[in-house]
Design a protein around this ligand. Sequence first.
Ligand SMILES: Nc1ncnc2c1ncn2[C@@H]1O[C@H](COP(=O)(O)OP(=O)(O)OP(=O)(O)O)[C@@H](O)[C@H]1O
Ligand SMILES: [Mg+2]
Length: 446
Amino acid sequence: MNKLMIVDDEPKILRSLRFLLEDEFQVYTSENSKDALDILRNEEISLVLLDLRLRDENGIDLMSKFLEIDPKAIIIIMTAYSTLENSIKAIKAGAYYFITKPIDNEQLKLLLNTANEKLDMMKKINSLQGHIRKDIIGNSVRIREINEIIDRVKDTNATILITGESGTGKELIAQKIHGTSNRADKPYVAINCAAMPGELLESEMFGYKKGSFTGAQKDEMGVIRRADKGTLILDEIGEMDLRLQSKLLRFLQDKEVRPIGDASSYQVDVRIICITNRNLKKEVEAGNFREDLYYRINVINIVTPLLRERIDDLRYLVPYFIDKYNISFDKKVNGITDDAFEILSNYSFQGNIRELENIIQRAVLLSISDYIDSDSLHISPQKPLFRTEKADDEFLRIYKGESMKEIEKKVIEFALENNNGNRKWTADSLGIGERTLRYKIKEYNL
Ligand SMILES: Nc1ncnc2c1ncn2[C@@H]1O[C@H](COP(=O)(O)OP(=O)(O)OP(=O)(O)O)[C@@H](O)[C@H]1O
Ligand SMILES: [Mg+2]
């Protein structure tokens, strides 16, 4: 029996979920984040059902902490606040799925069954993952350009800056640069600059001598030296604090590392690849990023496109991910129906390729027929389907003194616009019937 932890600050919900699930899982419950973290550290739990709104902590923050403890944990978010913003945040932060309260027991059970299968398969995936070829899939102009740049620069030692939104394949590009370069058989070392506070990051990067500060219990060479002769990835470099930025700049200039508390310095030969989803130029203007460092690392800039901007690549990406998960899950899905493909083509992927990959992974796992159909995509109306690219305009203004009718009219207009006038989707996203919607459109003269 797999272990499952439920985190919710309402004891009533904990009781009823425990009752619902204890036949299939060894259930642990916790009402607050501290207990939850304790349980997760002490028990090998890979499946968590987490309320997004906890009294003492934001569920998304807590989720990040879970994932630090166990990066492979499958976390399903529960929330009564089904907003697009929350679902995007949760998915970006690594949630496996997102369900809304009040919870539909059947839906939850189905989801947990899938998760269960996924857990059982995890070992298998791990052993297979090494064999799956890592490649940048796509044949759009943007991807061809990127492949050309990679080809041209891979064997130079030029510093590379990769920028682009979350899930667009930045890390994949870094891996390809290293993997095809003449450093390929040397170390590939990545450090996430956002994962720890400045001082810790400094000691991780530059190393330290035993006893140079409390907690320095042994000599540590640091990731820069670990990457010697190979490639060093500085992920989320935009998050690095200014003091460490100067230290990094000095390192880039003289290629020497002096560990904290060490009297000598060491010459290092590394190729540096920086990754960020921030606009570093703006960060420079705002005084958050050193201008000289910016010019030093921005020798070659690769900008990853949004999936929306290369939606034609779906015809390569979808079969690629189907194959990938056929192998992982030992399935035999042949392809995708035209309907389902159409839905994907019109879907606005907030999480880019990562989100697409998650959708296909889930669909392959859940598939009962040879083809992925629109139902198995599980792009539910809970997650509004934006057909337009106006997703930045997510707020609807309501003023004091407005009548219910005025507000309703605005809500409908807003939803129609977000769904590019598609009535079925608009009705779905509002949770009303198409007939009601048609009636309202007429009533409000929309
Ligand atoms: N062109 C592509 N072909 C195949 N797989 C891709 C492609 N782009 C991205 N992926 C896959 O999508 C997932 C996300 O990519 P990756 O981790 O590189 O994104 P990222 O830009 O680093 O995102 P973040 O900013 O959130 O860290 C990975 O599983 C990656 O293998
Ligand atoms: Mg990344």
